[in-house]
Each structure stands twice: as structure tokens, then as C-alpha cells.
Design a protein around this ligand. Structure first.
Ligand SMILES: *Cc1c(COP(=O)(O)O)cnc(C)c1O
Ligand SMILES: [Zn+2]
Length: 429
């Protein structure tokens, strides 16, 4: 498709990640022959001819500045303002962790629903519109629910959202507000997902993370592209990524490799580290055991957004970690809360439990000497703390309540806090 003399789409088709069999562009996600997952294939030769750093830099500050590397045939139907979130040099946190060169990629403030999921959903819902679907749906651990409901509303589509019934209040309210059909399942995410796969076989709906998954997953690459561009077209040496289904981590790795392939990065020597909660660590456990398959778990952790016991991309996440020379680690719920507080107090960023997982795991990997102290480190912050208030409810103290009287105020100020107190006027005469 041509728009203003520019080729918009460089997608060649879909390809099975296992047997390499090719498929045309349609809403399918598994290979008919070997049940391997399908992936979008691009014409990198043509992209390389057309795209350069200056061209990207001249475009609006959204994830669509990398549109040649995304699987849409036309302009996005929804989520035109998603992405290009802040990359922060974290000097105060670096000091506490005892490292030299630390960065945060902050998708806690992604538009419009405050998590990295807006990246994947804006691609998926736009693609669903291109395919002519009238209903979008998803199986979610929370953030996906928020994002699908919001972007479906923006696109004027009906939505059906399936979640474990016991998610955080913020995630439930932050879905219902958009006027969706929200269905709470009495079971784990893995049971929700199984039900959704069955529904997807019987209804002509666009399940963003099931039948639209090959397109959906590509949106995650922009998290990696932005990191590289915002660091001055350089990939950080160490990148720590939270893992639920294991898709984001594989796509950040793929994103760096693609930029290298089309000549926008001069070599990638990044190591990718996977982070999970100890109460839901199927990918980390396999990494530690040195196996390349996943033993399903029944998750139990406050990091509900990452609580997937049978991760769809676990195998590929392990592959990305090992290929890059990285590692994987998990942290307890207690460590997650401490890490959330540490990030807030040092950098002024309130992340959700998933961010507590990445910060906590980064600290652990540094303490273990696995991530060296003198090389660049990037921590992925993927969600917002206002959505998981339950996790820290009784862990941050309470406000002091006083009457609106100066004398009452003076009673609660400590001697040290009084050091800036002005000497009363009468006393100076
Ligand atoms: C979904 C999610 C992730 C991880 O996603 P996967 O691609 O499934 O591994 C990370 N952080 C947050 C906050 C999420 O909602
Ligand atoms: Zn196949």
C-alpha cells in the first residue's frame, strides 16, 4: 500500500517459527502442520533501503516512528499516541545499587493506560480493524484488560475481556470504565487462557493474544527500538525484563537484532535478563535447571500481572536469554514490595508489582556479581503503581491527621525538621 509516495507495508507474510512453513497474512497464530507459533516476516532489504536514523528522528515521538517494522498495511486505527516513553538516567538508584551507569525505561506512564501493553494492543486492535473484525477480546492478567478495553473504545469496537476474578481493584475498575464486557473467571490465568482458546475457535472475534498474537507481539519490539534510539543508537550492555508469557523479552531481543540487521545499530552486545516473582517463576526455574522446556506451575504472588504458570513464549524467552549470554532470577513478594519502595524513594517513580520484580531482580543479579557494576544497565519498568495499591497498602505508613491550627502543626514537627524555622519577628527586635 502506498501513502504519500511511501511504501507503508513491508510484511511478506507469516512463517512458522519451528518448521519455517509460510502463510499469507491472516488472523492465525499456529502452524497447521507442527503447531509451532507463527511470526511476521518482513522485507528487511527494502526496509534497509528506505529507513535511516534521521528519518526516524524527524517523526512524531510515538511508537509509530518505527512503522516500517510493524505489521500494519495502513495508518494505525487506534493508539496513535502510544509510546516514546521516558528513558531516565537513574543516578540516585545507581548509587544505592552501587553501579555506574543505570537507566530506566518508564512505561508506567505509557499512553493511554499506563503500561507497556498499549504498545501491543494498538497494533493488535488496528490489525483487527484491517481484518474487518467487529469484536476484540483477550485473556488478561490485568494490564492487557485495561488496554484492550480502552483501545476498543477508541476504535468503536465491542470488547470481551476475560480475567481471573480476583485481580486488583485498580485493574478491574480501569477496565470497566471503558464500557466493556468484563468476565471474571473463577480460576487462574492459565484456565482463563484455555477457555479463551476454546471461545476463539467458535466465535469470529479478534482475540488479541490468541488469533491475532503474531501481530500483537510485534508491538513489543518498539520498547527495544526506543531504548536503543534514546540511548543515542546504542543498545545497553545489560537489559532486565519482566516475564509473564515471555513475549516482551523475546521481542526486545528481536528489536535490537533487527536494528542491527538494517544498519541502525553498529553491533549489539547486550545481555538480556529475565525477571519473575518466586511465586510464579516457570521460566526462571527452567533457566536454572538448564532445560529448554517449561514445567507448568500454579502461581501465587502479589505480582499478578506476571502470574502465568504456563507461559506461551517460555521456550523462546529461554532461547533469547541464553543466546544473548544473559541470565534469569526471581524475587519474593517481600523483595518486590521493598524494590517498589526503593524505586519510588530514589527516582520518584511509582511502579506496579511487575516493576518491583525487575528492580528487585536487578539488585539481586548485581549483588551476585552476575551483572557487573561498571557497565550500562537498563531496567524495564512496564506498569504503574496506582493499579496495584493492595500490594503496598499497609507498607507505606499513614498520613498524620491534625486540626488546622499552627500550634498543632508545631507539635508534630521534629527538631531536625524545625531547622528551617524562621525566628519569630518579635524576638529579633
Ligand atoms: C504483560 C506484562 C509483562 C510481560 O509480558 P509478557 O510479554 O507476557 O512476558 C510485563 N509487565 C507488565 C506490567 C505486564 O502487564
Ligand atoms: Zn510449523
Amino acid at each position: 500500500m502506498q501513502i504519500k509516495g511511501e511504501i507503508m507495508s513491508y510484511i511478506k507474510g507469516l512463517k512458522c517459527r519451528e518448521c519455517r512453513r509460510e502463510y499469507s497474512i491472516k488472523p492465525v497464530h499456529v502452524c497447521e502442520f507442527c503447531f509451532g507459533p507463527l511470526e511476521v516476516v518482513y522485507d528487511y532489504e527494502e526496509i534497509k533501503k528506505s529507513l535511516n536514523r534521521a528519518k526516524i528522528e524527524g517523526r512524531p515521538k510515538t511508537m509509530w516512528r518505527y512503522r516500517e517494522l510493524l505489521p500494519l498495511d495502513s495508518d494505525p486505527a487506534v493508539g496513535r499516541n502510544v509510546g516514546f516513553t521516558p528513558l531516565i538516567k537513574a543516578e540516585r538508584l545507581a548509587e544505592v545499587l552501587g553501579v555506574k551507569d543505570l537507566y530506566l525505561k518508564n512505561d508506567a506512564v505509557n499512553h493511554p493506560t499506563l503500561s507497556f501493553k498499549d504498545r501491543v494492543v494498538s497494533v493488535a486492535v488496528s490489525k483487527a480493524k484491517e481484518f474487518g473484525f467487529e469484536v476484540v477480546a483477550c485473556a488478561s492478567t490485568g494490564n492487557l484488560a485495561n488496554s484492550v478495553a480502552a483501545l476498543a473504545a477508541e476504535g468503536g469496537l465491542e470488547s470481551f475481556i476475560f480475567i481471573p476474578h480476583d485481580l486488583e481493584k485498580g485493574k478491574i475498575l480501569g477496565t470497566l470504565i471503558y464500557g466493556t464486557n468484563l468476565i471474571g473467571i473463577t480460576g487462574s490465568y492459565d484456565e482463563v487462557n484455555r477457555l479463551c482458546s476454546e471461545i476463539a475457535e467458535n466465535y469470529r472475534w479478534a482475540f488479541v493474544n490468541i488469533n491475532i498474537r503474531p501481530f500483537y507481539a510485534e508491538g513489543s519490539k518498539t520498547f527495544g527500538y526506543e531504548i536503543a534510539e534514546q540511548m543515542g543508537w546504542r543498545a545497553p550492555r545489560h537489559v532486565v525484563v519482566p516475564m509473564a508469557g515471555g513475549s516482551l523479552i523475546t521481542k526486545i531481543w528481536k528489536g535490537f537484532k533487527e536494528l542491527e540487521l538494517i544498519g541502525l545499530l553498529d553491533g549489539v552486545d547486550s545481555r538480556i535478563y529475565g525477571a519473575q516473582a518466586s511465586g510464579s517463576n516457570p521460566i526462571v526455574a527452567s533457566f536454572k535447571e538448564g532445560i529448554d522446556w517449561i514445567k507448568p506451575q500454579r502461581p501465587k504472588t502479589i505480582a499478578k500481572s506476571l502470574a502465568i504458570g504456563n507461559p506461551a513464549d517460555g521456550f523462546y524467552a529461554l532461547k533469547a536469554i541464553r543466546e544473548s549470554g544473559g541470565s534469569a532470577e526471581d524475587v519474593s513478594d517481600e523483595e518486590i514490595v521493598e524494590a517498589m519502595k526503593l524505586l519510588a524513594r530514589t527516582e520518584g517513580i511509582f511502579t506496579e508489582t511487575a516493576g518491583g520484580v525487575t528492580v528487585g531482580v536487578t539488585k539481586k543479579l548485581i549483588d551476585q556479581g552476575i551483572i557487573p557494576r561498571d557497565e550500562s544497565i537498563l531496567i524495564s519498568i512496564t506498569g504503574n503503581g496506582l493499579k496495584t495499591q493492595e500490594a503496598i497498602q499497609d507498607r507505606v505508613g499513614r498520613p498524620l491527621i491534625i486540626e488546622a491550627k499552627f500550634s498543632e502543626f508545631e507539635k508534630i514537627v521534629t527538631p531536625n525538621q524545625k531547622r528551617h524555622r524562621e525566628v519569630p519577628l518579635q524576638a529579633t527586635i
